[in-house]
Design a protein around this ligand. Structure first.
Ligand code: ADP
Ligand code: MG
Length: 283
């Protein structure tokens, strides 16, 4: 089952002059054809300005296509009457946890969207407790969010989305503002949610995070230029470098060792594989 499907999606940002006339058109997405299956863990990579956030905002109707189509569970996102259904199916988590926190107490923050939807109080209680336990912030449920670490705050934001019981969560560089510990906590949470069957779309510029996904899409200048398993994508070191991306450090190191004459595979993704392969070529 496909949860998200784009068909020849184009998006132009229109810059208006002081009279409100279109002065300039900035094409941000071009002919994007992307299908995401239910239950997938997809990472989207691309350097700054390649169109990742613009694409993400099409997945729950924050932006609507200039040309082409976007479907969520076969519902056209341009259908105004379905916007609630779409927003409940696909939740979004953004980069800066501080901009996503609206209440003075953790559990109120997690409940915020449900209250706005008019969900009955008893059901809200049940859903937020479940969500807070799932992302392991229940112990802070009476705390003030601004006293939490970046990783904890981002998990509060994720709990707020989980409480809506979405089928898919889109995370737009959720770890960019976090320290290494916070990044690990958030990645662990994301993987756990995927194991529970939630479709994950993770936009990141950390190659080590993308390597943990089951599929990676690379964007450049508003287009999808690569699509495959992390193993296949990261083996193309030179192609990635040409669009301003790196590969995971361990993949880079094995690439350099290959150039220097060691017979290592091109698609090493993590330290354990590297250690195994290196010890076998050195024996
Ligand atoms: P990424 O998330 O990959 O960094 P974006 O989707 O933010 O890329 O941006 C894609 C392109 O659209 C860039 O050229 C960027 O300058 C432009 N853009 C993004 N947001 C706006 C906006 N609100 N108005 C005009 N242009 C924008
Ligand atoms: Mg972005």
């Amino acid at each position: 089952m496909k949860i998200i499907r784009t068909e020849n999606l184009d998006f132009d940002y229109e810059m208006l002059d002081d009279k409100g006339q279109v002065a300039e058109i900035n094409p941000a997405l071009r002919r994007v054809n992307l299908t995401v299956e239910k239950g997938e863990f997809l990472a989207i990579l691309g350097h700054n300005g390649s169109g990742k956030s613009t694409l993400a905002k099409h997945f729950n109707g924050i932006l609507l296509p200039t040309r082409g189509k976007v479907f969520v569970n076969d519902i056209d996102v341009s259908d105004d009457s379905k916007i609630y259904e779409i927003r409940q199916t696909v939740g979004m988590v953004f980069q800066n946890p501080d901009n996503q926190i609206v209440a003075a107490i953790v559990e109120e923050d997690v409940a915020f969207a449900l209250e706005n939807l008019g969900v009955p109080p008893a059901e809200i209680r049940e859903r937020i407790d479940e969500a807070m336990r799932l992302v392991d912030i229940y112990k802070y449920h009476k705390h003030a969010p601004h006293r939490l670490s970046g990783g904890q705050k981002q998990r509060v934001a994720i709990a707020g989305v989980i409480a809506m019981r979405p089928q898919c969560i889109v995370l737009d560089e959720p770890t960019a503002m976090l320290d290494p510990k916070g990044r690990k906590e958030v990645m662990k949470t994301i993987k756990m949610l995927n194991e529970k069957g939630i479709t994950i779309i993770l936009i990141t510029h950390y190659m080590e995070e993308a390597a943990q996904a089951r599929r990676v899409v690379v964007m450049d200048k508003g287009e999808i230029i690569m699509d495959g398993t992390p193993r296949k994508i990261f083996a193309e070191v030179e192609k990635l470098k040409a669009v301003g991306l790196d590969v995971p450090q361990v993949t880079e190191l094995s690439f350099e060792l290959r150039k220097a004459g060691l017979h290592l595979p091109a698609d090493i993704l993590n330290e354990e594989e590297f250690a195994r392969e290196l010890s076998s070529v050195l024996q």
